[in-house]
Design a protein around this ligand. Structure first.
Ligand code: ADP
Length: 285
């Protein structure tokens, strides 16, 4: 387990969901396990981002020389403005784009609606050697769907077990699943939405429905609680990230990904040619 500068408790320990986790009581402004301030957080993000980039390159390189499927899938869930997009830009942004399989999941298209809810998810799973990133995911099918009863309760109730089984298969087939639930307070969301209304460069991110959804906050909290209680498993546990401080959530996700990649015990693939002979050939060329 990696403990890096500034962390009193490794992120994987400090942020992993427990039976005592209560969504309604979370301190969304906290920095569990981390003792540093914003300045240290920003410096570490750069430093650890470079480590993440190196590990991801090793995963990518290794995939070229083996038939074994290995990949990592980061699943990002959170209410609007929680900072999922910021994680993609500032954490995944450290990684070579050719090694990233990114997908976002909005309201299902008419075609997607004709299929099982996991259909569109399966199509976007990371390829061998890739770092997959889901901005929203199959969890919408037990979050927004549950809050608004978009399908009958009897149907969404079955999905918790179905999702656990789906992720179990995924892990068995070589994908490490890192599930991150980002939480902001209702007040912090209000100020982030207000900023979107104040800045022409942010209007495009604003949807009037975001304000409507604020009225369902307690129902969303209940749905998130059920998600954490019922889909955090040994093979694919949830990590809970207080996200009022963007610098913290970005650093935290960086640490979780580094940990996941380190556990793969990666190494650079050996040369499949005679190094000395090639040096000679090159010198003579
Ligand atoms: P964002 O708001 O993250 O920028 P979009 O506006 O494209 O992205 O889509 C997000 C919206 O899609 C959210 O309101 C989310 O609840 C909704 N959504 C995602 N998946 C589903 C689903 N399976 N059923 C209904 N709505 C969904």
């Amino acid at each position: 387990m990696s403990t890096s500068e500034g962390w009193r408790i490794p992120a994987v320990e400090a942020l992993r969901v427990t039976e005592a986790t209560r969504v309604a009581d979370l301190n969304t402004n906290g920095t569990p396990g981390f003792d540093g301030d914003k300045a240290l957080g920003a410096r570490l993000l750069e430093q650890r981002g470079a480590v993440l980039s190196g590990l991801q390159e090793m995963l990518f390189a290794g995939a070229r020389t083996t038939d074994e499927h290995r990949s990592v899938l980061l699943i990002l869930q959170g209410m609007d403005t929680a900072g999922k997009g910021g994680v993609v830009r500032h954490v995944i942004g450290h990684v070579d784009p050719q090694g990233v399989d990114h997908a976002s999941f909005g309201v299902p298209t008419p075609e997607e609606k004709r299929h099982h809810y996991l259909w569109r998810i399966r199509r976007e799973l990371p390829r061998k050697g890739q770092l997959g990133v889901f901005d929203r995911s199959h969890y919408e099918d037990i979050l927004v769907v549950r809050v608004h009863d978009l399908v009958p309760r009897t149907e969404w109730e079955t999905r918790y077990d179905e999702i656990n089984a789906f992720e179990h298969d995924l892990v068995e087939s070589g994908t490490t699943v890192v599930k991150v639930a980002m939480f902001v307070s209702l007040d912090e969301q209000k100020s982030r939405l207000a900023e979107r209304l104040d800045r022409p460069d942010k209007y495009w991110k604003y949807h009037p429905s975001d304000v409507t959804e604020r009225g369902y906050w307690p129902k969303y909290q209940e749905a998130y609680q059920a998600m954490l209680d019922r889909t955090s498993t040994e093979h694919a546990p949830w990590f809970v990230i207080p996200s009022d401080r963007k610098w913290f959530s970005r650093l935290a996700v960086t640490e979780l990904l580094i940990d996941a990649l380190e556990r793969l015990d990666l190494s650079w693939p050996p040369a499949d040619f005679d190094i000395e002979a090639e040096k000679l050939r090159l010198a003579r060329s």
